[in-house]
Ligand binder design. Structure first.
Ligand code: FE2
Ligand code: FE2
Length: 356
């Protein structure tokens, strides 16, 4: 018979479940000694053994605000058999600190079969999906080459593709790793591509804009994002560059007399946009627009990824925690303008004078 959270909470004397069964304590709001209640995603699960030979369960519990370690000291073997990594569990427990790290000691848990609200676990873009789609369609409407325009239209009118494209994250980690992130990143890359094409008239605007739109389309097949963002088998085996090229080839099959010269260049734009072999591109950029697209993509990914890293940092002081990807600490905050530093009284005085 499955042990219910209420049963466990009664057995372990935990009253949190009874007090407020509808509440969810966000991970980033948990403080030492807090009583915890909520539904959390099990990111990792490990069964360990204490020095006395008693089994215990070590979990990484997550919601969209962050991750926290969870420990189960009693009946670890039995409870471990009830759920797997990727499942959602309803827990009751108490927060405590161990070696300076906050963790939750669980007093009760039960598996949640039907997740009521996926937004508990996955972050969403702060921007409106329909507004972003409107802006993207507007930019793509500027493509004047009839072949490239027709290809773009094939994707925009593919309902299955578009429903995934609007929801997908752009990555598992680092940049735009939230629902709507792929659309947000693609729109941003298209907007930058438009500015770059205006600045450098020697670039083929149609090619750069079409490449900007297509460069990451393979991510709709590379990533799955039901409860947490993870790679699919296709993502692990092929990756979004190769998947993206296959998707383009498939659409091209329905377009008659599509010039080979354009299709080759578009496929190269997708395959080379990571810039180097080391970062997963089978070919390095070999024409001007491919170089530009790689640099634009890199810029947009880094400004978003680093910006979020700095914003989410909880270290006290001016510097962030160590960033493993970039192997450095980052300086937080921003420079205050002369006006912001000014005495408010003085500012008012100046304004008065400006009136005369
Ligand atoms: Fe990419
Ligand atoms: Fe990208």
């Amino acid at each position: 018979m499955r042990t219910t959270a209420r049963g466990l909470s009664e057995r372990y004397g935990c009253t949190a479940l009874k007090k407020n069964p509808d509440s969810h304590i966000w991970v980033n709001e948990i403080r030492e000694e807090d009583e915890i209640y909520g539904s959390y995603l099990v990111r990792t699960k490990r069964l360990g053994m204490t020095r006395n030979g008693d089994p215990f369960l070590s979990l990484t519990l997550a919601d969209r605000s962050g991750e926290i370690e969870g420990k189960v000291w009693e009946r670890a073997n039995e409870l471990s058999a009830l759920f797997d990594e990727g499942d959602v569990i309803e827990v009751a427990g108490r927060a405590n600190s161990y070696r300076g790290q906050l963790q939750v000691t669980l007093s009760g848990l039960k598996v949640v079969k039907e997740v009521p609200d996926i937004s508990l676990f996955l972050e969403k873009s702060s921007k409106s999906i329909s507004e972003m789609m409107g802006s993207l369609r507007e930019i793509l409407g500027e493509i004047t080459d009839s072949h490239m325009r027709a290809l773009v239209e094939k994707f925009l009118s593919d309902r299955h593709f578009m429903s995934l494209f609007k929801k997908a994250p752009a990555a598992k980690n680092f940049h735009h790793n939230y629902i709507g992130g792929l659309l947000e990143h693609t729109l941003s890359v298209c907007q930058l591509a438009r500015m770059v094409a205006d600045h450098y008239p020697e670039l083929d605007r149609n090619l750069l804009l079409t490449g900007a739109f297509l460069h990451d389309i393979g991510k709709v097949n590379e990533l799955q994002f039901e409860r947490q963002i993870d790679y699919t088998d296709e993502g692990r085996l092929l990756g979004h560059l190769v998947s993206g090229v296959s998707m383009v080839k498939q659409k091209l099959g329905a377009l008659k007399n599509f010039p080979t010269e354009i299709s080759l260049r578009l496929e190269h734009l997708i395959l080379s946009h990571h810039g180097t072999h080391e970062f997963g591109s089978p070919k390095r950029p070999k024409f001007l627009e491919a170089f530009a697209l790689h640099l634009i993509d890199d810029l947009d990914a880094k400004v978003n990824g680093l910006g979020r890293f700095i914003e989410k940092d909880t270290q006290k002081g001016d510097w962030t925690d160590f960033n493993r990807l970039f192997e450095r600490y980052f300086l937080k905050g921003r420079v205050q303008s002369a006006e912001e530093n000014e005495d408010p009284g003085l500012r008012e005085d100046k304004r008065q004078r400006a009136l005369f």
